[in-house]
Design a binder for this molecule. Structure first.
Ligand code: NAD
Length: 499
């Protein structure tokens, strides 16, 4: 389904924050234009919130915590069950919002919402997961561990998955009893606001989820706020590092996920029919704006037939049909600059995505959208900017080496560590990769190896600051603290050191 089916809404007007289960005007006078990546047209205005907006949200969350944390988990989880039904009811609307504000195709927007629902389903399973372990550790003496909420927590999310990224944190953090201040990306605030309205409809009490719109000032105020006990961040490495340091200095528990430069190794024995298309899709899907996108392919030995297949397939992908828009004009310029720079440094542009426009769309003004077509750069060296930096666009750089050992060396020299994949039909090659790659999420014949629930999401190295994963069982650990209880209700027959 192409972009023709995306409904371009004229304007959402001046957006508000969401505090205490209702829209609340921001205290700021500064607003940022919200643009549709499809047309470059303004579709609303986002308040660039202030520390006092954060304070108001924290106050609401703090008041709600007293009630919500004392509500039985069996009751709390009912809200998440209802939320699932509501997200399924409004699936089409959610998809449309994602496509409109982020530029994804409807198929990709579908994935964003579906993946969010999957995390929600995991949230619904939490009561079964955290039933407290108990052991008689001595005669008549029992030790028990209860997982308790941390308090008011915060979640700061990026632009690239407007529904999934907020839902990486909301179902888990809230089901275990925390209350939250969420800061969406100022570039895609609509998805989060819609989620908040649905949660209210699902029965979430006032103040349990609050949204403050804005940018750096809001993030800084969240990092510094003494009543926020734990926070997660998802975004670029540059900001993840700053946020991690600042929030940790303020005494918070922090998990900050950063950017990536994901390496994919292509072996000559890889399936010639499926590998080329899969690899191209891994790089071009969501216009390359995925922290798990394949960004650098290391071709080992003679992979010319595979590369020819990749070129043919990449040329068949048209912007505005299978490929959506990138988020903004600055992104178009940044991506084009990487391509031109690589070319000037000696790379060969096998498929050129610069200056492409959709040609089969009914959307008025689509020629003014933010488009970059699929791009394949050959003969890149790992030290070129296109060979080692995160481009965050539909560009795959290709490096050639003679051995798998050399390929792994290139992967492991990169400071990031989200994903590393290999395309091969040899078990030995596959094992060599996942025994040696310096990356948290590994794929064999899977170019975007995102672990699905109940497995946790999280990379290594400069792709993550802090311990544990954000989703899956480790997400439960991150949003809870363990209370250890030792009880003795009967007089032990034998006195011992625990008496
Ligand atoms: P970003 O770092 O620019 O923004 C992320 C959040 O930080 C936003 O809410 C933004 O308002 C805020 N922010 C921006 N600059 C800031 C600053 N100087 N100080 C404090 N806060 C600031 O990231 P983005 O452009 O929205 O998203 C793309 C990036 O996110 C890519 O690098 C991508 O790899 C990464 N990402 C990582 C993961 C992961 O799981 N590791 C997932 C999705 C996206």
């Amino acid at each position: 389904m192409g972009l023709n089916h995306v409904q371009i809404t004229k304007s959402f007007g001046k957006l508000k924050n969401w505090i205490g289960n209702k829209e609340v005007e921001s205290s700021t006078s500064q607003y940022m234009d919200l643009m549709s990546p499809y047309t470059g047209e303004k579709i609303g205005e986002v308040p660039m919130g202030t520390a006092s907006d954060v304070d108001a949200a924290v106050k609401a969350a703090k008041a709600a915590f007293k009630i919500w944390s004392n509500t039985n988990i069996k009751e709390r989880v009912q809200v998440m069950f209802k939320m699932k039904a509501l997200m399924e009811r409004d699936f089409e609307q959610l998809k449309q919002l994602v496509a409109l504000e982020n530029g994804k195709t409807l198929a990709e927007a579908h994935g964003d919402v579906a993946k969010a629902i999957e995390v929600l389903e995991f949230g619904c399973s939490i009561p079964n997961k955290i039933s407290a372990p108990m052991l008689e550790v001595s005669n008549g003496i029992y030790c028990q561990v209860i997982k308790e909420p941390v308090g008011v927590v915060a979640s700061i999310v990026p632009f690239n998955f407007p529904i999934m990224c907020p839902m990486w944190t909301i179902p888990i953090a809230l089901t275990v009893g925390n209350t939250m201040v969420l800061k969406p990306s100022e570039q895609v605030p609509l998805g989060s606001l819609k989620l908040a309205a649905l949660l209210k409809e699902a029965g979430l009490p006032d103040g349990v989820l609050n949204i403050v719109n804005g940018g750096v000032d809001v993030v800084n105020a969240i990092c510094d706020h003494k009543d926020i006990k734990a926070m997660s961040f998802v975004g670029s490495t540059k900001v993840a590092k700053i946020v991690y340091g600042r929030a940790a200095m303020a005494g918070k528990r922090v998990l900050a996920l950063g950017g990536a430069k994901n390496h994919l190794v292509l072996m000559p024995d890889a399936n010639l029919e499926t590998a080329p298309t899969q690899i191209v899709d891994s790089a071009m899907g969501c216009a390359g704006q995925r922290c798990m996108a394949a960004s650098l392919m290391v071709a080992v030995g003679d992979c010319e037939k595979h590369i020819a297949g990749m070129v043919a397939y990449a040329k068949s992908i048209k912007v505005g049909e299978k490929l959506g828009a990138v988020i903004n004009k600055q992104s178009v310029d940044r991506i084009n600059k990487y391509i031109t720079e690589a070319q000037n440094l000696g790379a060969k542009v096998l498929v050129d995505g610069r200056n492409q426009k959709p040609d089969n769309s009914d959307i008025k003004g689509i020629e003014n959208g933010y488009w970059v077509g699929p791009t394949l750069l050959d003969n890149v060296s790992p030290d070129m900017p296109a060979g080692c930096e995160e481009i965050f666009g539909p560009v795959l750089s290709i490096v050639h080496v003679k051995t798998l050992e050399e390929a792994l060396k290139i992967e492991n020299n990169n400071p990031y560590g989200n994903a590393a994949s290999i395309f091969t039909t040899s078990g030995a090659n596959a094992q060599y990769l996942f025994r040696n790659a310096n990356a948290g999420m590994n794929g064999v014949n899977v170019g975007v190896p995102v672990p699905r629930e109940p497995f946790g999401f999280g990379g290594w190295n400069d792709s993550k600051f802090g311990n544990g994963d954000l989703t899956g069982d480790q997400g439960i650990d991150f949003w809870t603290q363990d209370r250890k209880i030792t009880t003795k209700f009967i007089e032990p027959q034998v006195r011992n050191w625990m008496s």
